[in-house]
Design a protein around this ligand. Sequence first.
Ligand SMILES: NC(=O)c1ccc[n+]([C@@H]2O[C@H](COP(=O)([O-])OP(=O)(O)OC[C@H]3O[C@@H](n4cnc5c(N)ncnc54)[C@H](OP(=O)(O)O)[C@@H]3O)[C@@H](O)[C@H]2O)c1
Length: 285
Amino acid sequence: MVEIKLGTIAFIGGGVMAEAMIQGLLSRQTVAPEHITVSEPRDKRRAELAARYFVRVTADNREAAHAGAVVVLSIKPQVLTRVLPELKSQLHAEQLAISIIAGGRIATLNAGLGHPAVVRAMPNTPAQIGAGITVWTATAQVSPAQREQARAVFESLGKEMFVDEEKYLDMATAVSGTGPTYTFLVLEALIDAAVHLGFSREQAHDLVIETMRGSVLYAEKTGKHPAELRNMVTSPGGTSAEAIYQMEKGSLRTVLSKAVWAAYQKSVLLGETVGKAEPRKPVDA
Ligand SMILES: NC(=O)c1ccc[n+]([C@@H]2O[C@H](COP(=O)([O-])OP(=O)(O)OC[C@H]3O[C@@H](n4cnc5c(N)ncnc54)[C@H](OP(=O)(O)O)[C@@H]3O)[C@@H](O)[C@H]2O)c1
């Protein structure tokens, strides 16, 4: 891995994800604190970020956008409609715009910013502890050097995966972006099941978390297909066989598949509205 040093970077929106990136970038020394600018409407939050990371803060999105060779849009999807007109034609040709906004399509960002060099990314919640995976793509106008800058930004959140077509962003939103939700629900259900058996909540929590962590690490380290690993622990007439029978009877695979498909469809639908002008309300005569 080539170590990339970012020149300057600006964040439009100083929330949870911006903070995770700032933390990651600073701890890896990818960028110096004085080269980070954050625009954020709330006084208290600005003061908090400045005190915690020694970064530059402003309430003015344009000021921030002018301050970064890389400009990261880290606002909520519903705010994009308001922010795009503020930033329209504010970026110069050499700047790179990165959006992590769920559903924010490249065409919407290109048109709204009036800027061709755009990276669209989908991180996920474990990014907050540097254990995320970010799927990203770039327009043709993003130079090889800018791609490396984008990669360095995403590495501040954990792993990254480049895809060459935007359609994979909606798929990634359903698989890795929404993925922690499936995992947390399964964790919760297993903990409740262990409590049902008679373990204390604390014991149940530790047993399930460690089993899940160990199983994931084991699957990763051995590189074996999950079905092979499962077969290895399924003795004839044993407890695993009994449990598998119930999971198949309850359509666990189908439920998971339907959940991922529904999240994908929702992401595609979001793309049709995020960052677009809201329809005007009819004026009463
Ligand atoms: N969190 C995740 O795990 C995750 C995963 C994948 C993708 N994303 C995407 O990442 C983006 C940011 O998510 P987040 O969790 O970091 O949200 P967040 O914590 O709400 O951060 C958004 C920040 O933007 C600020 N803001 C509001 N209006 C603004 C404006 N007009 N100009 C500039 N800043 C403004 C907010 O300030 P106030 O608090 O004062 O409103 C807030 O500090 C979202 O678009 C989301 O889709 C997040």
